[in-house]
Each structure stands twice: as C-alpha cells, then as structure tokens.
Unconditional design. Structure first.
Length: 97
C-alpha cells in the first residue's frame, strides 16, 4: 500500500476545484481590485494560482487588511482567541461590502 501524503495541499481536491464555467478564465477584476487598510475581505482560494495562496485552513475566513507586502496583502483574522496574520495575493481575496 502507498503511504499517505502529508503535504500542505493534502485533502484539497474539493476545495480547490473550479466549476466547469470558471475553468480557463482569468478574473482580472479580482486581481486589479484596489484594497485599502481596514477593508474587510473573504479568503477564497483559487486553485489555478499557486503563488501567494494561504493555507487551506483559512479558506472561507473573513479578515481585515492591515498592510501590503510586495504584491500581496497582509490580512489579520481571529482564529478562536488568537489573532493571526496571513499574507495572500489578491487572486485569493474577495471584498466584503
């Protein structure tokens, strides 16, 4: 029997899978959206873009932008009683109004 994989993308087949209509599409408005400090964002992983992808445990979490780091944004989320900092590129973020 094969050994079970223990990588960072373990168990992500359903999380990172896209619908048929969304395949081979580049959502330029998601990449070019201007974010400012204090904006609320949802972390929605895009499996087609591997660069700047946060860990899968943060899929669906909501956070606040607290700064930039190169092309990426620094997002602060609360995970239970802890404040965590995530660095993610804009392909994996969606604005919350």
């Amino acid at each position: 029997m094969a050994k079970r994989a223990h990588g960072t993308r373990q168990g992500t087949r359903s999380i990172l899978k896209k619908k048929k209509a969304e395949r081979s599409r580049v959502f330029i408005n998601r990449v070019m959206h201007p974010y400012a400090d204090g904006d609320s964002v949802a972390i929605v992983l895009d499996g087609a873009q591997q660069k700047g992808m946060p860990h899968r445990r943060f899929q669906g979490k909501t956070g606040v932008i607290s700064g930039t780091q190169g092309r990426a944004y620094i997002i602060t989320i609360s995970d239970g009683n802890m404040q965590k900092t995530i660095v993610a590129r804009p392909e994996h973020l969606r604005p919350i109004e």
